[in-house]
Design a binder for this molecule. Sequence first.
Ligand SMILES: *[C@@H]1O[C@H](CO)[C@@H](O)[C@H](O)[C@H]1NC(C)=O
Ligand SMILES: *[C@@H]1O[C@H](CO)[C@@H](O)[C@H](O)[C@H]1NC(C)=O
Length: 188
Amino acid sequence: MHFTVILKSISLCILILFTLEAGAISIHSPQRSLTRSVQEDVFFSVDVTCNVIPTIQWTFMSGAVSRTIGTWQPGAYTNITVDYSSRVQPYDNGSMGLSDLRLQDAGYYVVTVTEAAGSSKDAGFVLKVNEVLYEDLQYLSVSALALACLAALLMLAVWLLDKAYRKIVAWRCRAQMPENDATELQPL
Ligand SMILES: *[C@@H]1O[C@H](CO)[C@@H](O)[C@H](O)[C@H]1NC(C)=O
Ligand SMILES: *[C@@H]1O[C@H](CO)[C@@H](O)[C@H](O)[C@H]1NC(C)=O
């Protein structure tokens, strides 16, 4: 009688242990939704904990597109897809850095953590990529500068013309003075 109770307890303990084992992967991520601008970098921060060395895989999804970015095993190997090799930085805790963002990078990023025994877990991130705002600002300031320069040039031209006109008038007056009397200047 007592023996079966002990046996049952032991099997329960083993069952609990196995359940814990299967759920040994945990993915902690502080932020799941990110917004960046074109040409900026993004850091998908996760902290994977697992009782064995896990395999980390990042996948990109957008509409009908789904492609593997890279797969790595901390301390063992790193395999980043050719398209991403120059822009992706893998981290041992599962995090991934993606640099020089493009508009097409907007979408879902899924990290899948798999352990040798076969169990796996994943976490998804949403990335929004905005068109560069500061380029617009730069364009605006350049336009404003160009307009200011144009206005300055116009003012200079008007001033020069005015000066030239006065000079011509003075010269003509002086040229006419000896011949004509001062009467001609009277209307002025
Ligand atoms: C993962 O590691 C990177 C680099 O060491 C660190 O910057 C980041 O904060 C870590 N992520 C988490 C969620 O701990
Ligand atoms: C690296 O990944 C690519 C694409 O996912 C795959 O075709 C290739 O076999 C992998 N190479 C290694 C060495 O794992």
